[in-house]
Design a protein around this ligand. Structure first.
Ligand SMILES: [Zn+2]
Ligand SMILES: [Zn+2]
Length: 145
């Protein structure tokens, strides 16, 4: 049974949120709604109205980018995301969610890091505090949000 869900893996170095994953039930509001600006709320409502208020909705903020006001998500993918982000978090599970940056997790460390601790270069290549590198370039992330 799918329920409202959110996950905020904390950076292993500083404890700041590395990434934010949220599943918003049909017709419901995001959990952080009270902190959204009027502009952000309008954009969200318009996007959901356009693409289906009866659908589950995915909000994602990653290291370099997120999906803005979100995207509709089918229940099968939503259930996979819940399974991927069930605590305790681990890289092998998180990576099954299919986010471009694995929600900020370093595979070798099996730990998440925030944007600052990934030391992201201008080309989108990140290096974790222990020297492991990977691309955090969200080039494939859909543009039409
Ligand atoms: Zn950090
Ligand atoms: Zn690492």
């Amino acid at each position: 049974m799918l329920q409202a869900f959110s996950a905020d893996p904390p950076c292993a170095m500083c404890g700041q949120t590395a990434s934010h994953v949220e599943l918003v039930p049909p017709h419901a509001k995001p959990v952080t709604w009270q902190h959204w600006s009027p502009q952000e709320r309008r954009t969200f409502e318009a996007a959901r109205q356009r693409r289906g208020p009866q659908q589950w909705w995915l909000l994602y903020s990653g290291i370099e980018r997120g999906n803005g006001s979100g995207d509709p998500v089918d229940e099968a993918r939503a259930l996979r995301i819940v399974a991927a982000f069930t605590e305790p978090y681990c890289y092998s599970a998180v990576t099954t969610a299919g986010f471009y940056d694995d929600a900020g997790f370093c595979g070798q460390c099996d730990a998440p890091y925030c944007h600052r601790h990934w030391n992201v270069s201008s080309s989108g290549y990140g290096t974790c505090p222990r020297g492991h590198g990977k691309s955090l370039d969200p080039h494939w992330w859909p543009e039409d949000l």
